[in-house]
Design a protein around this ligand. Structure first.
Ligand SMILES: *Cc1c(COP(=O)(O)O)cnc(C)c1O
Length: 386
């Protein structure tokens, strides 16, 4: 199968050069908008592109308020702060995620609790979450969920839409409401992914999107906090911009703030990329279908979107029959200039999270041992396709 993949992607991208997992494409108005910021000198914290980019994201996702940040991790950090996570709290998330999810909660002074993922979505499993809470939590006199042994408060749950495939969010909403736990979505990978027609990142009270260079669209570095409530959104903006009270010349800050605002220079790139997003998504869906056909009747299973969802197919993935075939596949494809890689090491294997509380991680371990990502860049973008 590895030769078949190498031939297929070399043909697809029309090159024998190294083919990365996901490369950015700039075939639209990127240069024009970025040049506008240079010409205007408004490259930094003031300028029209930040507002415009936030409005584009609001219109596209249907969120009440979107707040641009310097990167996705900063967006997640802000989202957790806004959701009320405090030092000593427990935050439930997946062991199967990129480390940024855990770094963000760590820097709020919280501790991760790892709960298993669903084999349907590769994201946080509602049943596993419910079971974990049944076994380990009780609701205290203030209506908050507390750990039976450590007495810590379960403040938030952070499902992550792995590779852009939406989690079973309806069920997670129900479990979180029942246990009075804030829902914060790590939607870093899922711009353009919808759950039953509703955009991911609009279910939780706060969510985070990333525009890192390898994501569906990029601003160089950048992120966005999606806020379910308009008022909370305005407060989020305040907090990400040093909590300065507006005044023509005086400095007054009414609470601890972050300096997480996305520069206008980066936002300009984002505005142009948003214009091309629908084209990217169409091409990525077409590629996913081709991969599905390529791996049909092989030992490798192509990871498809869950039936309730429309995925952005950010990173395509296959499930290998076992660890040995996975190692061989990765070695052979990379040796032939086609980048493939294993999924992240589970978070509880990293030194800083090895003592974290956790439930059974059976599915996470199964997936960790077998999943490979394969090249997923949009295929042919030119100004005319945009
Ligand atoms: C990319 C990513 C982030 C962080 O985004 P940055 O913009 O790189 O800080 C967070 N969580 C997940 C799951 C990601 O894939």
């Amino acid at each position: 199968m590895h030769n078949k993949l190498v031939n297929f992607v070399q043909e697809l991208y029309q090159t024998k050069e190294f083919i990365p997992l996901h490369a950015p494409t700039f075939g639209g108005n990127e240069k024009e908008y970025v040049n506008n910021t240079l010409d205007s000198t408004f490259v930094s914290s003031v300028g029209k592109y930040v507002d415009q980019f936030e409005q584009q994201i609001e219109a596209y996702t249907g969120t009440a308020k979107a707040i641009a940040t310097v990167n996705g991790t900063a967006a997640l950090h802000t989202a957790l702060y806004m959701a009320g996570v405090k030092s000593g709290d427990l935050v439930i998330t997946q062991a199967l995620t990129f480390v940024a999810t855990c770094n963000a909660l760590y820097h709020m002074g919280a501790e991760p609790v790892f709960v298993d993922v669903s084999k349907v979505s590769l994201g946080l499993c509602p049943k596993a979450l419910e079971c974990y809470l049944e076994d380990n939590a009780f609701i205290n006199n203030d209506g908050l969920s507390q750990h039976k042994v450590t007495q810590q408060v379960f403040r938030a749950a952070v499902p992550m839409h792995t590779f852009g495939h939406p989690v079973e969010i309806d069920e997670l909403v129900v479990v979180c409401a029942k246990w009075n736990i804030a829902l914060v979505e790590d939607a870093a990978e899922s711009l353009g992914s919808f759950y039953k027609g509703q955009h991911t990142g609009t279910f939780g009270s706060f969510s985070a999107v990333s525009f890192n260079g390898n994501k569906v669209i990029t601003t160089g570095g950048g992120g966005m906090v999606l806020c379910k409530s308009y008022d909370e959104g305005m407060h989020t903006k305040h907090v990400t911009t040093t909590a300065k009270v507006p005044h023509p010349y005086e400095f007054f800050h009414d609470e601890p703030g972050f300096n997480y605002r996305l520069p206008n220079l980066n936002a300009a790139l984002g505005c142009a990329q948003m214009e091309v997003l629908p084209t990217f998504l169409k091409q990525k869906r077409a590629l996913a279908l081709q991969y599905k056909n390529l791996f049909q009747n092989s030992d490798f299973e192509f990871v498809e979107e869950p039936e309730y969802a429309k995925s952005n197919y950010w990173l395509n993935a296959i499930i290998c029959p076992d660890v040995v075939s996975r190692e061989n596949f990765i070695k052979e494809t990379n040796a032939n200039g086609v980048m493939t890689r294993p999924i992240w090491k589970l978070m509880h294997r990293l030194p800083m999270f090895q003592n974290a509380l956790k439930g059974s991680l059976e599915n996470s371990e199964f997936i960790e041992a077998r999943v490979i990502n394969i090249p997923s860049s949009p295929t042919q973008i030119g100004k005319n396709n945009a």
